[in-house]
Design a protein around this ligand. Sequence first.
Ligand code: A2P
Ligand code: MG
Ligand code: MG
Ligand code: MG
Length: 285
Amino acid sequence: ASRAGEIIRDVMRKGDLGIIEKGENDLQTEADRSAQHCIIASLAQKFPNITIIGEEEPNYTAVNPDWIANNPSESVLSKKCPDQYNDIQEKDVVVWVDPLDGTSEYAAGLLENVTVLIGIAVGDRALGGVIHQPYFTSPEGGCIGRTIWGLQGVGIGGFIPKAPTKDKFILTTTRSHSNPLVEETLKKLNPDTILRVGGAGYKILLLLEGKAHAYVFASPGCKRWDTCAPEAILTAIGGKLTDVHGNLYSYSKSTPYQNKGGVLAAVIEEYHEKCRKAIPPNILK
Ligand SMILES: Nc1ncnc2c1ncn2[C@@H]1O[C@H](COP(=O)(O)O)[C@@H](O)[C@H]1OP(=O)(O)O
Ligand SMILES: [Mg+2]
Ligand SMILES: [Mg+2]
Ligand SMILES: [Mg+2]
């Protein structure tokens, strides 16, 4: 994920984004293509028998050898693998790759919103995930980029979550893909503040930082690669990511890609429940 983050920064630095319109309000850039190539080639080389599903169309040109990441995180490898994973076979693993989440914001120069998402599923369930934020700068300055990971049974790493304030009710939602359903739902939930930012990954970072209580997007639009890594990370610390009905998405290799029931996510289950109960039947329908 961090190698992909370097590629994303390189493309922006060179200035030629190579934008293609995949559909209405749906862009792809050279950074999306190259970052996906890097992640898929790196994973496929090491784990030839897993299934990898990426957002972008596969790119069959030879991969730049410089893009093959081969420097595993020692701090992650030092953790004990929970016994529940001992019998997992490579062929049972599905990796959902969103090489650049927040493409609209990347193209608009809102770079903090950009993340790289890699989610690991076994069977239906999202078990592990990585969110890399390539344009994060620490308040002390210096190091660019941060990587947050989570694995059920282990917890999360790279980040210490903060609890949100109890004095206000803050929601986060889409910046660039709103519609009347999304807006009606937000109105019904009656938050004190709505943080409209780009990317599913970035909204999960806002939840982990305690800047918002819940992520509410009552509309189709997101796909499995947007939510697999976020769901795994939230679940690893007792949080929840579901559709607006409260149902978990399947991440098996045969599942449809569209998250037709929208997104409802929170680190603290109480806030997930509060939002779920307040979504009116006409929206759920
Ligand atoms: N209508 C849509 N068309 C394409 N992608 C969408 C749409 N709605 C959401 N997404 C994807 O979900 C992410 C989160 O949505 P939003 O930023 O609107 O909250 C987007 O950054 C985008 O991912 P990506 O940028 O990887 O294509
Ligand atoms: Mg996209
Ligand atoms: Mg995305
Ligand atoms: Mg993307």
